[in-house]
Design a protein around this ligand. Structure first.
Ligand SMILES: [Zn+2]
Length: 242
């Protein structure tokens, strides 16, 4: 049985009190995901356009309730909307702290937050808790158990011509007996395969245009082999023009 649901963005999935909407995940453009339960809202990978997409789906008071942001890695197509998202919170006079989880070593994320705190030092009324993740220890937020896990993402180094590792994580979200596994960007990863297996939903990237990109991303065949081990799956981050 092919468990993949084929449809255009947004990709929406719901089971019990766990709901996810993938606004989009287009390589080099943007990924943006809203995860919600009956208790709270999380943003996963605030790529460019995240604020626009949140605004289409939530009212301002709901956007202000977003408690946590989970970032898989610092590439621009996964964090490009972080600045406007947090600036919106400032303009809307948010007071509640927000927690941002990200892989240790993501210079991009720390630099954006440092610049934002400098520019808006007089206006920001809320605390931004930077939570860098250095290991795979599980933790809980608003009744959700989160299990971060290391994946194997790289970027081309144009000087050396080699692919160099990028600090990168996947996340497994577990809530009231339901689970969603999101691998972020990665080449084939046994660790992702392990966590995706038997998940209620696996969100798997298939970003390699052809086998020559297998060091950076997964081919559709690799992504499907992992997806099929979950109860349902979405393939995301698929290049638009092959
Ligand atoms: Zn990436």
């Amino acid at each position: 049985m092919n468990k993949k649901k084929k449809s255009k963005y947004p990709l929406i999935w719901k089971k019990g009190n766990l709901f996810i909407e993938i606004f989009c995940s287009i390589p080099n453009i943007a990924t943006g995901i809203l995860l919600r339960t009956d208790k709270t809202y999380f943003v996963v990978d605030p790529g460019d356009g995240i604020l626009r997409d949140l605004n289409r789906n939530l009212n301002p008071s709901e956007i202000l309730e977003i408690s946590d942001v989970f970032i898989t890695h610092g590439h621009h197509d996964h964090i490009g909307g972080l600045w406007s998202f947090l600036t919106y919170m400032t303009v809307m006079q948010r007071e509640k702290p927000i927690d941002i989880f990200y892989p240790e070593g993501s210079l991009e994320i720390e630099s954006i937050i440092a610049a934002l705190l400098q520019v808006y030092s007089r206006d920001i009324k809320f605390k931004i808790n930077l939570r860098k993740i250095a290991d795979e220890k599980s933790f809980s937020r608003e009744g959700m158990k989160i299990k971060p896990f290391k994946v194997n993402h790289k970027e081309p180094d144009f000087e050396s011509g080699k692919a160099v590792p990028v600090p990168s994580l996947g996340y497994k979200f577990l809530y009231e007996g339901k689970s969603i596994c999101y691998g972020g960007d990665t080449a084939f990863s046994d660790n992702l395969a392990k966590h995706a297996k038997d998940s209620d939903l696996a969100i798997i990237e298939a970003g390699a245009v052809d086998d020559s990109e297998m060091e950076l991303h997964m081919t559709p065949e690799q992504a499907e082999s992992i997806g099929e081990s979950a109860k349902e799956y979405f393939l995301v981050h698929v290049p638009e023009k092959r």
